[in-house]
Design a protein around this ligand. Sequence first.
Ligand code: TXA
Ligand code: MG
Length: 346
Amino acid sequence: MLNTEVLNIDPGCMDISLIKKAAGIILAGGLVAFPTETVYGLGANALDTSAIQGIFRAKGRPTDNPLIVHVSSVSQMKHVVSGVSETARKLIDTFWPGPLTLVLEKSGVVPPEVTAGLKTVAVRMPSHPVALSLIGIAGVPIAAPSANLSGKPSATNARHVIDDMLGKVHAIIDSGNCSVGLESTVLDITGETPVILRPGAITKEHLAEITSDVQTAGDTGEEPPRSPGMKHTHYTPNAKVIVIAGPPEKVAGRISKMSLDFAKAGKKVGILATEQTSRFYKDAVVINAGDRANPETIAFNLFSALREFDRLEVDVILAESVETQGLGHAIMNRIYRAAGYNIINV
Ligand code: TXA
Ligand code: MG
């Protein structure tokens, strides 16, 4: 057990002495959980092999699932990749800093433990001021997966990180909630056409404005996974999750009925509802995930909601589907995976 230090850093008025402290821990080979605009990351010096091994141990993460390398400048990015194509340059100009991870050919400085032996490396420049400042002050790229136990929903506030990582890391920076709430879009640009390996807040529609022929892979559960992380279970609460998909009124009707049936069978039921539907449900743990007209609100609340159902020890979670265009694609990708693709169409 490590003696985990919790560092409170207000992103609006950063205490640089605390950031220096966290950077010192990183440079000494330690593990620091830190906020990004997407989810909290579990960071270590990307160039330090034994620190990287510590990340995999702390999370219980399979070693064949590579990590994202976080940078605070383009020159730092150039150090970890073998070259920057025209496509990469355009994407970086448009979307960095922000929730877009690019998979590029790696350079020799990146240890194989980071990339799980792949010739490519995933790189991202987060926009969160605390993340940028931490990486900048440390002066090394920081490898970081999401700061949750492997297989669990990602952490979108420091409470979640503390629940999963207390005693396993040297420090946890608490900077409140992450503004996006879903992990970054992972885009592989090493092939002929860019491929979305994981959908996120930078959507296919956003990417299509910058680069043509964007493909999507790995989010259907049918094709073999191209991103190593896609084959592992993810976002799974303790309860069994069932997605009910279809027009919102029909979905609400079916969920009400199923909820009654489960309750009669002695099960504690959770319902992942939306602003538009939550008031219709009775006699269940109902969480309003957000407004269908503003999917950003659902992205922001989703992982908190899944963790809250666990805290309340529900046996089954009935989850409404939302429209899959735009950000809805990333939201449903996470919900489908939480449900292990257990979907009822109505
Ligand atoms: O928003 C995020 O991306 C957060 C924050 C902390 O930056 N990080 C995050 O990391 O979600 P993680 O480890 O939970 O997810 C990284 C994903 C995994 O699906 C992994 O398989 C994929 O990126 N990945 C990493 N390196 C890759 C590579 N070289 N080729 C293909 N996929 C890669
Ligand atoms: Mg993760």
